[in-house]
Design a protein around this ligand. Structure first.
Ligand SMILES: Nc1ncnc2c1ncn2[C@@H]1O[C@H](COP(=O)(O)OP(=O)(O)O)[C@@H](O)[C@H]1O
Ligand SMILES: [Mg+2]
Length: 507
């Protein structure tokens, strides 16, 4: 016999002006399970959860908690009915302590001060029970992102949540923090809590979920379980067509080494060595993937290659035998480097600029866009429109401010600009982070096409699946050093994971 689910949402429909955000959505959650809502950006996941938490009123549909029709009219009423939520953007006051944050909004008959000791004790209890290890007396601004998230979880547990919603909790976490979070969530389900987990990262979803509901354009496109499905099937359900998770890669004969790093050592922002003695060649016609947990020197290495950060004496960086060790970004670019930076809005595009201005950021001075001393605006417009169409950048117009585009579309815009400049070396950091699967597929196919044409590509990614799907050779960075270089066909996930964790470093 089926047990009554903890939560069931029936035929929920919610419209915003011009948008059908939830279209007849139904799903349920049992005690002790992780039920994942999977879908691309804009699929309607957050809207559905805001309805559950009393932030939005559905146009139609019904919510049942423990079998009874529930009326959830506000977050307070959600909490009273033991529904907790960890939002995508945390709702903590940085200048207050953990205990003060948890105590905020609790109704109390006694004074705030006396209660705080009680709150602290209870936080310590909860913290120990679930291995959350958070000090109740510490100011929130001193905490890492992962720790802040644990405070949000404690807040919900303190209020006795029996159903906990986590909206994209892993988006802001390092892989190690993700692993820690999953252990905590499992302890909660073991204690009978029902969890709604939201993500669009397929390997996480397959690892953590008991059941999965996939949403696309506001509609449910399938209910499944990890045992019954695969990354490929989930991707297809999310996107609504067959997706190529790993692009076809024809054999290409390797050419000469185009990018050469020799004894590359680089200082980080704090003055300590971030990159130590890195040697690496990237040849024409190959993609070399740098794997590693972020913070192990990848960012500094990329910035140095791009001319944005100085290298230490004795280092050398060259492209096609042109020494660029001390070159400016402009000279590096002139020598043939295209750079797709990790920090898109900081290093890749100017938010206040129009889409067309960002597309032309680099080559606006070229003769083809000029008529005598003047810009040829018609030519420029055609050129930009072509790039936007080719890379399917979704933008209302060429004059739209770039900052109003989604992260994925900004990434496509930068890619379009960088690939159009006919580079000899492409350095791409986290090329598809925060990008929808459909757009990621396109970016990957473009990188492979460049490789096939003899470009040397250095790709930095935290996503091992991306590295394994795209790279011809893989280098692993740990604590600033390249600790392993291996051909793709000889690489295994386990071995790479060990190297990323520093297991292969000689003592
Ligand atoms: N407050 C709002 N006003 C208008 N449109 C909204 C609002 N919230 C979400 N939407 C739209 O509803 C759709 C679903 O959004 P959302 O639920 O945030 O998706 P997801 O969380 O899956 O990325 C999107 O098209 C989004 O632009
Ligand atoms: Mg969302």
């Amino acid at each position: 016999m089926e047990h009554t689910p903890l939560l069931s949402m029936h035929n929920i429909t919610k419209t915003f002006p011009g948008v059908l955000a939830n279209d007849d959505v139904s799903f349920d959650v049992r005690n002790g399970e992780v039920h994942t809502l999977l879908g691309e950006n804009g699929a309607g996941k957050s809207t559905l959860m805001k309805i559950l938490f009393g932030l939005y009123k559905p146009d139609s549909g019904e919510i049942r908690l423990r079998g009874e029709v529930a009326s959830i009219t506000s977050p307070t009423s959600a909490i009273e009915q033991r529904v907790g939520m960890v939002h995508q953007h945390f709702m903590l006051v940085p200048t207050l302590t953990v205990a003060e944050n948890v105590a905020l909004g609790l109704t109390s008959s006694r004074g705030f001060r006396t209660d705080l000791d009680v709150v602290s004790d209870r936080i310590t209890e909860i913290s120990e029970q679930y291995g959350l290890s958070v000090d109740p007396e510490i100011d929130v601004w001193k905490l890492s992102v992962g720790e802040r998230q644990r405070v949000e979880i404690i807040k919900a547990l303190y209020r006795d949540a029996e159903l906990l919603v986590l909206d994209e909790p892993t988006a802001v976490l390092t892989p190690q923090e993700v692993a820690d979070l999953f252990v905590i969530l499992r302890q909660m389900t073991d204690a009978g809590t029902g969890i709604i987990f939201i993500s669009h990262k397929l390997h996480e979803v397959l690892e953590l979920s008991d059941r999965i509901t996939v949403l696309r354009n506001g509609r449910v496109t399938g209910h499944t379980t990890p045992a019954e499905t695969s990354r490929q099937q989930l991707a297809d359900m999310m996107v609504g067509r067959e997706v190529k998770l790993a692009p076809d890669k024809p054999h290409v004969d390797l050419g000469l080494a185009r990018l050469r790093l020799r004894n590359l050592s680089v200082k980080g922002d704090r003055g300590t060595m971030a990159v130590v003695d890195a040697d690496l060649d990237v040849h024409a016609g190959e993609i070399v993937g740098i794997a590693g947990v972020s913070g192990n020197g990848q960012r500094e290495l990329a910035e140095t290659v791009a001319g944005l950060r100085p290298a230490e004496a004795g280092s050398s960086v060259s492209i096609d035998d042109v020494d660029l060790t001390t070159a400016t970004p402009a000279r590096t670019r002139a020598a043939g480097l295209s750079y797709v930076p990790e920090e898109r809005m900081k290093d890749g595009a100017v938010g206040e600029f129009q889409v067309s201005e960002n597309l032309l950021l680099i080559n606006h001075a070229e003769a083809r866009f000029r008529r005598g001393p003047l810009f040829d605006f018609a030519k420029i417009r055609d050129h930009c429109q072509e790039l936007v169409d080719q890379f399917s950048v979704k933008t209302p117009s060429l004059a739209t401010p770039t900052s109003s585009l989604s992260g994925g579309n900004i990434q496509k815009l930068i890619m379009a600009r960088e690939l159009e400049s006919k580079p000899s070396v492409i350095l791409a950091a986290q090329p598809t982070r925060g990008v929808d699967i459909g757009a990621a597929e396109y970016i990957h196919s473009q990188l492979v096409e460049q490789r096939n044409e003899g470009v040397a590509i250095l790709m930095i990614s935290e996503d091992l699946d991306e590295i394994l799907g795209l790279a011809d050779r893989i280098a692993v960075m740990f604590e600033g050093r390249i600790v392993k270089v291996v051909d793709r066909e000889n690489a295994t996930k386990e071995e790479l994971g060990l190297a990323m964790a520093g297991a292969e470093v000689d003592a």
